[in-house]
Design a protein around this ligand. Structure first.
Ligand code: GLV
Length: 329
């Protein structure tokens, strides 16, 4: 391999054919062992890279960028990018990109799976059957919460929020949403804008799908949970930290909330162990976009973003547009 080829680092295992595709074009340092990289190991992994395909678990900050002087692009294989310090990337002249849109439908499907599973106690019922506890039919057995015809509150009516809202039509649900500001009517459709406080009180069930930032840290805490109906289900497919998990544990334990469906957690994968002892919560390991076709589409877009920057073209999903005008490298 030529010394002059550009170097690309991949931080976690992805489909082997994607690595082959990259190897045909670049010097590639991959991570077949798939062990999550500590900040120090990440610095080492990226030290001489021109570009990196990163994932949401890789912290990209000024210290890392300082140690990786060749880096021109951080291409996140995720739509969320709270792992990336965008200001630092801009200061170091590094383009940052993500994978919007291609995961909207799969992620909305998973939000719906969690909502249905938590409302109809699917996890709890499955554990009951597998444990051999099902001895006879009972009139009041494992009664769930209704969805059809009820009111759904969506906190974060972005692209994924709107894909969730479309699914609610099939359940004849009225949809309320909260965003920093109301959407134009062509995007909101039949969904009605509410303040967060009013949405939490009015909705029968709530799905949280806002990006994580210092402004959305613990957006749903004890006070917000207390506003919700005791018959409500809360679903979090956003990011750990948007919901105060300790407060949620307390609300679920005290049955001040009917149930929760969670795909993301504070400090994941080391989630709050109290969740494991609760029957009224459905837990999945941050897999909302994990279907074969969607992961393929995410990786394809991330690779396109990376290739574009390395070829001097503006990438489709550029997060720090400023960097394009004043690139230092
Ligand atoms: C997954 O969490 C993503 O941000 O794509």
């Amino acid at each position: 391999m030529s010394e002059n080829r550009l170097r690309v680092a991949v931080t976690r295992r992805i489909f082997p054919e994607l690595i082959d595709f990259l190897r045909a074009r670049y010097e590639v340092r991959d991570n077949q062992a798939d062990a999550p990289l500590s900040p120090q190991a990440l610095r080492e992994h990226l030290r001489d890279a021109d570009g990196v395909l990163a994932t949401g678990g890789d912290r990209i900050d000024a210290a890392l960028l300082e140690a990786c002087p060749r880096l021109k692009v951080v291409s996140n294989i995720a739509v969320g990018y709270n792992n990336i310090d965008l200001d630092a990337c801009t200061a170091y002249g590094v383009a940052a990109t993500n994978t919007p849109d291609v995961l909207n439908e799969a992620t909305a499907d998973h939000a719906w799976a969690l909502l249905l599973a938590a409302a109809r106690r699917v996890g709890e019922a499955e554990r009951f059957v597998r444990a051999g506890q099902w001895k006879r039919w009972e009139f009041e057995m494992l009664m769930g919460a209704d969805l059809y015809g009820r009111t759904l509150g969506i906190v974060g009516m972005g692209r994924i929020g709107r894909a969730i809202a479309r699914r609610a039509q099939g359940f004849a649900m009225r949809v309320l949403y909260h965003n920093r500001k109301p959407l134009p009517s062509e995007l909101a459709g039949a969904a009605e804008y509410r303040s967060l406080e009013v949405l939490l009180a009015e909705a029968d069930h709530v799905i949280v799908v806002v990006p994580y930032s210092p402004q959305t840290h613990h957006l749903i805490g004890a006070r917000e949970l207390a506003r919700m109906k005791p018959s409500a289900v809360l679903v979090n497919i956003a990011r750990g930290g948007v919901v105060d998990d300790a407060a949620l544990v307390e609300a679920l334990r005290a049955r001040r909330l009917f149930a929760a469906g969670l795909d993301v957690f504070e400090n994941e994968p080391a989630l709050n162990p109290a969740f494991l002892a609760l029957d009224n919560v459905v837990l999945t390991p941050h897999i909302a976009s994990s279907t074969r076709a969607t992961r393929q589409a995410m990786a394809d877009l991330a690779i396109r973003n990376l290739e574009d920057v390395l070829a001097g073209r503006r990438p489709a999903a550029l997060l720090n547009a400023e960097v394009w005008d004043r690139r230092r490298r």
